[in-house]
Write a protein that binds this ligand. Sequence first.
Ligand code: BJW
Length: 254
Amino acid sequence: MNDQTEIPEELIQIIRKAEHVTVLTGAGISAESGVPTFREAQTGLWARYDPQELATPQAFQRNPKLVWEWYTWRRELIGKAEPNPGHHALAEMAQLVPKFTLITQNIDGLHQRAGSQDVVTLHGNLMETKCFANQHLVDNWPESDAVPPHCPICDSLLRPNVVWFGENLPADALQTAVQAAESCDLFLSIGTSALVHPAASLPLMAVENGATTVELNPQSTPLTRWMDFVLTGAAGELLPLLVTSLKEAFNNDA
Ligand code: BJW
């Protein structure tokens, strides 16, 4: 394992030659945009809120108003956030390699706002709303005082279009992610604690497939010991450095 805070030249050369780069991101990539992560001891959401009371279907059934209002607060927070240099660097990296798959666990839409295309969203999108009973995706609903509001199609309660614990991930997104993990020659895991499955299994699928694997995180995770390269630091600092070095390598070829 190659553990460092600078970008190794060997890694730049591997990316330069890669045919298919797959990237998995987690909450850490949005931390520098001011979006709280989940599991960090002082600042993570789960340090202040109990996921069993907010991020499960059972929690919603017990107290739909509490859950709806918590997500309304987070939607407002995310609405004020801007993509950071880490998001922008990944959008730029996609233009430099033949095939690039960006998979995210994040529901904040910041990759898309940074210009990344075809983002594979494993845990949904906080800006979308669906109904609890029938998964109808809706943009509008009749004005009322009800919290949460009701589905205009089937009258069941509305909820955010995100994946809670115990719920299946969207099948098409998961299938695309698994295929990308199994077929890439380079896999980067960025800003995730790698504790939540099935997303956390994707880097290990890439290991099994023989891809070069990279972790970028200020902290170690259960994945760290399996990685070929470990970049220790913040995504918003290291990813722009990586992309600058990559562009220099391409310029030297020309
Ligand atoms: C930085 C940084 C900087 C900070 N730069 N980095 C197999 C084994 C065990 C359990 C299971 C299993 N398979 C399924 C399960 C059950 C469960 C699970 O995984 N539980 C474990 C926690 C034990 N999984 C599920 O239920 C999933 N569904 C499923 O599998 O369905 C089938 C099934 C059901 C039941 C049983 C078996 C099968 C669904 C998971 C849904 C996760 N949902 C959430 C909430 C989404 C909505 C919302 O936002 O409210 O998704 S939970 C939360 O965790 C969110 C995240 O996407 C997800 C991952 O978190 P992430 O991104 O890794 O964030 P953090 O905070 O953990 O880490 C941040 C990292 O960033 C840290 O490492 C920092 O160091 C780093 N960092 N600053 C770079 N500047």
